[in-house]
Design a protein around this ligand. Structure first.
Ligand code: PNS
Length: 159
């Protein structure tokens, strides 16, 4: 059985992430979306909120489940019988860092990384840009799934 992981911070999940997850799900038996529990990096949404949002927006994808992880991704892969890591590649600027991580993960645990080239519609999209634009009142409709849009507006209104 081909079980792969789509790892990330997902703070918050964007339509670009969702596109990569759906495409990974079409090609593999099972996809685990693994949300990084990052205690050092300040996030807009808590790990629980990020997991909840991901579960909501992926509920139509039957072979996708959402989990959280901390520490090394390869340890999560080994513990969960995961054969590969699927990442979205947006632009040349992503390439160098992604290649470094892919090669390191292979060296650490012989885990392969597969890249999905991002839909050009989303090649400029990132969670950090979404947060920045939304913080200053810009329109992020169409960039994040509808339930995330609601949560984003509510969170920023609290600030
Ligand atoms: O969405 P992000 O923040 O770009 O995702 C980065 C992520 C979570 C995939 C990466 O930072 C990661 O795998 N972190 C876990 C720690 C780890 O395994 N580090 C070694 C990578 S070679």
């Amino acid at each position: 059985m081909a079980r792969v992981v789509c790892p990330g911070s997902f703070d918050p999940v964007t339509n670009g992430h969702l596109d990569v997850i759906a495409r990974a799900a079409a090609l593999h038996d099972e996809v685990i979306v693994a949300v990084l529990i990052n205690i050092t990096k300040k996030s807009l949404f808590s790990t629980d909120e990020r997991v909840e949002m991901l579960r909501e927006v992926t509920k139509g994808l039957e072979n996708v489940r959402v989990e959280r992880f901390h520490g090394l991704l390869v340890n999560f892969c080994t513990a969960n019988g995961i054969n590969g890591i699927v990442k979205g590649l947006r632009a040349v600027s992503d390439f160098e860092y992604e290649m470094q991580m892919a090669q390191m993960n292979y060296r650490l645990a012989k885990i392969e990384t597969l890249f999905v080239t991002t839909n050009p519609q989303y090649s400029f999209l990132s969670s950090s840009l979404v947060k920045e634009i939304a913080t200053y009142g810009g329109d992020v409709e169409g960039l994040v799934p509808e339930p995330v849009l609601g949560r984003l507006r509510a969170r920023l209104a609290e600030a």
